[in-house]
Write a protein that binds this ligand. Sequence first.
Ligand SMILES: [Zn+2]
Length: 86
Amino acid sequence: MEALDGNAIGGMLYHVFGGEMTMAQAECGCCGARGPLAECEVYLGGPGVVVRCRVCYEIVMVFVEVREMICVDLGGLSELELPAWR
Ligand SMILES: [Zn+2]
């Protein structure tokens, strides 16, 4: 399965978080790598969307649609720094 980058889920992230998120800074809970969500590796082929760290490839976020709801697992992140909204 070929990985995409975080820009591939920019629209979904906007829907979930209510704002532009591709430049939000994410910190991997496994290796501590830090960078914009746009640089994470994204896999769309499974039953949900899997986002992996681009350094250690650990899963940092999972989005699954269940009965018209989106379930979000951010357990692989140690930090997610959001841009301030005005
Ligand atoms: Zn990592």
